[in-house]
Ligand binder design. Structure first.
Ligand SMILES: [Zn+2]
Length: 453
């Protein structure tokens, strides 16, 4: 049993509009046991007898950040898809090239580096939307879940938790054209065979859980949607789905199914409180009601959505309709949950030409407790007794954050301002450095290996 005491200069506690000063946090193993605000106590500081051995956390300490939407291998594309200006197809061609080259060993190495970068940015849990299942020609590995197992091991080596969102990906178009070329390795043939493979996957380690994903209405035929949703329900597992990222997906869905993607998902039992729709950029008013009334969450990925010219989703209206909002860095064009969080508010300002749609506390919730819940970790994302011992400390003395009040951290800080990260009671980042992974070197080596072949 390992007991630790942490003295946060400021800590963002559940339900608070802003961080609280001088908070003593005690942890035993992977759990928070007590949370005691000390400010204003008399005599001078109650609990002073336990302060000598407390680790001081200067700056603002946040609950663990959850990155609810990741495709780890897309990190290899960063900065490489803008040549000659770069259109969507420039990006997708290179994405498929990288997808074609990975095997379980090289994916473990790449994902370990990517997840370590996430840890440096304060991410304590990642939702990996995983569809690189099979050999490049579509054949099975000896262990049909070898690629998923590599991702689970990568998260363990990087020191973070993972929800492996095993993704059903069966067709190339909404009207059912088969997978060809680099897409062949994504496919299980049909939804039943997808479910049989996932059923056999038991990830190694208490840091991991398995969820399900429908890649999109493009990649899963209507008669397979219920199979995936049913598997998730039976296993009480989170279910994620890319939804209406591009208008072309909506147009194709209307042409084939005579309804919007959100309506199609609703009609096949995919929506509900355990479901998270990713992007949800191009929705009708009826779609927003469908998502909100069913309690379906929405994961926004603003830095990827801007990189791919997707558009700006109706974040404020979805939240008002009842959809909890979470955040993801998706393609990892940027890994910075502070940037994702403020973009939710700032993009809404650009679209509406009005300020003040989300409070700082609402952005903090999206980055922490709501994101963890979307990944099935309902005991994480809050600095409260009984919660997982995740603590993310952000400095207030960098060039970016000096002079900034603690409540302004989501509008001022960047991932580079994260100084310490504790995941399930273990220090994973100290003084801004990962404790076990040389992150820049690991990224350079593993990306070089898949790009230059
Ligand atoms: Zn995605």
């Amino acid at each position: 049993m390992t007991t630790a005491r942490w003295l946060a200069q400021y800590a963002w506690l559940p339900g608070a509009a802003e961080p609280t000063a001088d908070v003593l946090i005690e942890t035993v193993d992977d759990r928070i046991t007590t949370v005691t605000p000390l400010a204003g106590r008399t005599p001078p500081t109650a609990g002073v007898e336990v302060l000598d051995d407390a680790v001081r956390l200067p700056g603002v300490t946040l609950p663990g950040l959850a990155n609810a939407h990741s495709h780890a291998f897309h990190r290899a594309l960063r900065g490489r898809t803008h040549d000659g200006r770069g259109d969507f197809w420039t990006w997708r061609d290179l994405m498929y090239t990288v997808a074609d080259r990975l095997d379980p060993d090289s994916y473990l190495a790449l994902a370990r580096a990517v997840y370590a970068e996430l840890a440096l940015a304060g991410v304590t849990c990642v939702g990996e939307f995983h569809y690189l299942h099979h050999r490049p020609d579509g054949g099975r590995y000896d262990d049909p879940n070898a690629m998923g197992a590599a991702l689970v091991e990568a998260a363990a080596q990087a020191g973070i938790r993972i929800t492996l969102l095993d993704t059903c990906y069966l067709t190339a178009t909404v009207d059912g054209r088969p997978l060809t070329g680099p897409q062949r390795r994504f496919g299980d043939g049909d939804a039943t065979r997808w479910a049989d493979r996932v059923e056999a996957f038991a990830p190694a380690g208490a840091h991991a859980r398995v969820g399900a994903a429908v890649h999109s209405v493009r990649a899963v035929p209507a008669d397979g949607l219920g199979t995936v949703a049913g598997w998730a329900r039976r296993h009480d597992a989170p279910l994620h789905v890319h939804l209406s990222e591009q208008p072309a997906e909506n147009d194709a869905c209307r042409a084939v199914h005579g309804r919007t993607p959100a309506r199609l998902l609703a009609d096949h039992g995919v929506l509900g409180p355990a479901t998270t729709a990713v992007h949800a950029t191009h929705l009708t008013s009826s779609d927003i009601v469908l998502l909100g009334a069913s309690g379906t969450g929405v994961c926004l990925c603003p830095t990827t959505e801007r990189d791919l010219a997707d558009g700006i989703g109706p974040a404020r209206r979805m939240a008002e309709a009842g959809s909890p909002l979470s955040l993801g860095s998706d393609s990892h064009a940027v890994v910075d949950l502070f940037e994702e969080a403020r973009a939710v508010e700032l993009d809404e300002r650009l679209g509406s030409r009005q300020r003040g749609h989300f409070t700082p506390a609402a952005l903090c919730d999206a980055a922490t407790v709501t994101g963890h819940a979307a990944l099935g970790w309902t005991d994480a994302g809050r600095i409260a007794p009984g919660g997982r011992a995740d603590l993310v400390t952000v400095r207030l003395d960098s060039a970016r954050t000096a002079g900034v009040p603690p409540v302004g951290v989501f509008f001022a800080a960047t991932a580079a301002d994260v100084t310490q990260v504790v995941v399930d009671g273990r220090v994973v980042v100290r003084d801004g450095r990962h404790t076990t992974v040389d992150v820049p070197a690991a990224l350079a080596d593993t990306i070089q290996a898949v790009i230059s072949r």
